[in-house]
Design a protein around this ligand. Structure first.
Ligand code: TEU
Ligand code: CA
Length: 541
């Protein structure tokens, strides 16, 4: 049972991310919903997680699956209503689990009342809630591009003006320079706090200080001023967990965002490790070199130790499945999923588990019609426009598409994997008869069992939360090994990141150490089996 009163409880916590549309449908419309989540709380309590981050469940036209919010204070009817949310908060709390809401404060939907008003006339009180520039059709204010393709400016002929949108045209950016916008958002956050949520995840929050005239989005000139004000006016001092998503963070900035004085957020959610295998574009990945990954993780572990707090994750709703990406989703699926889990959960920070990751769920081979994500669909058109065949374009998309993360949760081997009694809004991963929660919970050797054990260890041994970090053999291309230390205690994490046996000598100080977790016991001296992972613990000689 998590004690949400305890100071900095989130440092000892493990957070589970739910993509509500794809978690559990309760009424047969093929779309996951809040009552569905309530139905699965016992599963989550069994796993042992402390809090659930729900991707947005607010009213939305769903152009970007809820990251386009049309009313921050209403639940989208497809997910249920406000009473369902209160039930979820209460039922989760009864199991020691907190609810984290996903706030998208950088932009709204173009169907938000504010934007509908804003585009009526230049002197409407809401006009200045968004970012406008005068212009002629076809003469864009500048050459900024939107993340999902096309220009970042869309023309409104009635006004003779362009509005700015970092994402889809249906996601106009809010004008944070306007104090009225900020006060509206703060008041809304305070009302959610009064509902008893455990905290917030803040979407692309490092973009709110943007200056489109300077062509700057992330880390804009007024960013820190806005972040500190947001904190003071809302969750500052409330002992909630707050997670700032910041693609553009480096270590010095992350220290500011997650400063131990609590002046901005509890922790940062940054992506340096997750773009190491990205080539010229997201759709052209290059092989990931293990030494580069280790170096990056080591820098962040050491750079934030005592000076900030990091999120630990391999997956979220924007990333392909880790076992298909860096593990082996064929013969070593189970072993590699465990190996990746051990590597991550041994680190300092707050671990995140994305729904299905605890089952070792894999990527899916989509056809174009199976894709649901606006980003994937636009990318397909772009790749075809560059002359790629359907087959080549789909191969590029399937490797990294966000849709991989968004297939419905496989609960069991019944029809539609127990996700829905109706027609699922998006195709299931066809592996569900083999990879599903019921099978994993029943199997003491499952990926699920390893995650459960890792969560329990973090609760039992403060060294997971507090220990410092030393990387071993940085140049080794197969083994990822490190030591954590806390006073007299030491912990060794050793993982073979390959499908071949690897040489590995246990450091002498761990000769008499106790294994906390072994994915392929009994251990052999001097080597690790393919994808084998171990954690050893020594309490001081
Ligand atoms: O993502 C931030 C973001 O920058 C991503 O759009 C990223 O560039 C993309 O996923 C790469 O493929 C957040 C949310 O996590 C994402 O789901 C939203 O689409 C986006 O913001 C807009 O709200
Ligand atoms: Ca439903």
């Amino acid at each position: 049972m998590t004690n949400f009163q305890e100071k900095d409880w989130w440092k000892r916590a493990v957070i589970y991310q739910i993509y509500p549309k794809s978690f559990q449908d309760s009424n047969g419309d093929g779309i996951g919903d809040l009552p569905g989540i309530v139905r699965r709380l016992d599963y989550l309590a069994e796993l042992g997680v402390d809090a659930l981050w729900l991707s947005p469940v607010f009213a939305s036209p769903q152009v970007d699956n809820g990251y386009d919010i049309s009313d921050y204070e209403a639940i989208d009817p497809m997910f249920g209503n406000m009473e369902d949310m209160r039930t979820l908060i209460r039922e989760a709390k009864a199991r020691g689990i907190g609810i984290i809401l996903d706030l998208v404060l950088n932009h709204t939907s173009d169907q938000h009342r504010w934007f509908l008003e804003a585009r009526r006339s230049k002197d409407n009180p809401c006009h200045d809630y968004y970012i406008w520039r005068d212009g002629e059709p076809g003469q864009l204010p500048n050459k900024m591009r939107a993340t999902f393709g096309g220009p970042a400016w869309t023309y409104v002929p009635e006004l003779g003006q362009y509005y700015f949108h970092q994402f889809a045209p249906q996601q106009p950016d809010l004008n944070w320079a306007n104090p009225a916008v900020r006060q509206e958002l703060y008041a809304m956050i305070r009302r959610w706090m009064a509902e008893g949520v455990a905290g917030f995840r803040l979407d692309v929050i490092d973009q709110i200080g943007k200056d489109p005239d300077l062509e700057v989005t992330a880390n804009g000139p007024r960013l820190l001023e806005f972040l500190r004000e947001l904190n003071r006016e809302t969750f500052g001092g409330a002992n909630l967990v707050t997670v700032g998503e910041a693609w553009g963070a480096n270590i010095p900035r992350a220290r500011v965002y997650s400063a131990p004085d609590g002046s901005i957020f509890s922790m940062v959610f940054q992506f340096e490790q997750m773009v190491l295998d990205q080539g010229a574009s997201k759709w052209e990945p290059k092989p990931m070199a293990l030494p580069a990954l280790k170096a990056s993780i080591a820098r962040w572990q050491q750079g934030l130790h005592g000076q900030g707090w990091n999120s630990l994750f391999w997956n979220n709703h924007d990333l392909p499945r880790i076992v298909s990406r860096w593990g082996d989703d064929g013969a070593y699926r189970v072993e590699s999923a465990k190996a990746l889990a051990v590597t991550l959960h041994g680190l300092q920070g707050t671990p995140y588990i994305y729904q299905g990751e605890e089952l070792g769920l894999t990527n899916t081979a989509f056809r174009y019609d199976d894709l649901r994500d606006v980003e994937s669909r636009n990318a397909y058109e772009e790749l075809r426009g560059k002359g790629l065949s359907d087959e080549k374009a789909m191969a590029a998309i399937n490797r990294v598409a966000r849709d991989n993360a968004r297939t419905p949760m496989p609960w069991d081997d019944s029809e539609n994997a127990g996700f829905t009694s109706g027609t699922p809004w998006m195709m299931l991963n066809p592996a569900y008869p083999r990879i599903n929660a019921a099978a994993a919970v029943a199997d003491p050797d499952s990926v699920f069992a390893t995650y459960k054990r890792l969560i329990a260890l973090r609760k039992q041994y403060p060294i997971f939360t507090e220990g410092d970090f030393t990387l071993l053999s940085p140049d080794d291309e197969q083994v990822f090994a490190y030591i954590r230390r806390r006073g007299e205690e030491a912990m060794l994490v050793a993982v073979n990141w390959s499908g071949k046996p690897a040489a590995f000598e246990t450091p002498a100080e761990f000769a008499a150490a106790r294994p906390l977790l072994e994915t392929q016991a009994p251990a052999e001296a001097g080597r690790l089996r393919p994808w084998e992972a171990r954690i050893l613990y020594a309490a001081g000689q």
